[in-house]
Design a protein around this ligand. Structure first.
Ligand code: FES
Length: 165
């Protein structure tokens, strides 16, 4: 089968495997899937999961368990950049509903949907992401952005729309 894992991705996987004791390479699955998902523009396919399992040398089931358990992994096509707004109590009290409404209007999509150009995925609301002191907050491509305002959100959207990353 054609390899879907380029050298820079296998280098990243090797880097993580080396962090764990011999025979415990299963612990590198999360980091490997992060790298592969980013490389594949935001989501994982069965072929990619199978190749990660083969490369790490673990049963395929181990990789599927991780990919389908954690909400940070997407197993269906979604937009390249993921926006996930926390809407738990602290963020809600500090205006996360307005942030979500603004994002939905500005992007013309609802939660759980991607923009038609495939650039942005507006993930379903997150539970508390343990950054309550910076409420309201969201993750953009898994990076925390806190103390959100509508202006800050607009700046982020502008950056994502220009980004080729
Ligand atoms: S409630 Fe949003 S980070 Fe805790």
């Amino acid at each position: 089968m054609e390899t879907l894992l380029p050298k820079n991705i296998t280098n990243t996987i090797d880097h993580w495997i080396q962090k764990f004791p011999q025979g415990k390479q299963r612990s590198a699955i999360i980091a490997a899937l992060h790298a592969v998902q980013h490389h594949n523009k935001g989501f994982l396919t069965n072929d990619l999961l199978n190749q990660v399992a083969d490369y790490i040398d673990v049963p395929k089931m181990n990789v599927y368990e991780v990919a389908t358990f954690y909400s940070m992994f997407q197993t269906k096509p979604v937009g390249k950049h993921e926006i996930a707004v926390c809407n738990n109590i602290s963020c809600m009290l500090r205006g996360s509903n307005e942030i979500i409404d603004h994002l939905e209007k500005k992007l013309s999509i609802g939660l759980g949907e991607s923009t038609p150009d495939g650039n942005i995925f507006l993930k379903k609301e997150e539970e508390c992401l343990a950054a309550c002191t910076g409420a309201p907050m969201m993750m953009v491509d898994h990076i925390y952005i806190e103390n959100l305002t509508i202006k800050k959100v607009d700046e982020i959207l502008e950056r994502l729309q220009k980004s080729n990353d």
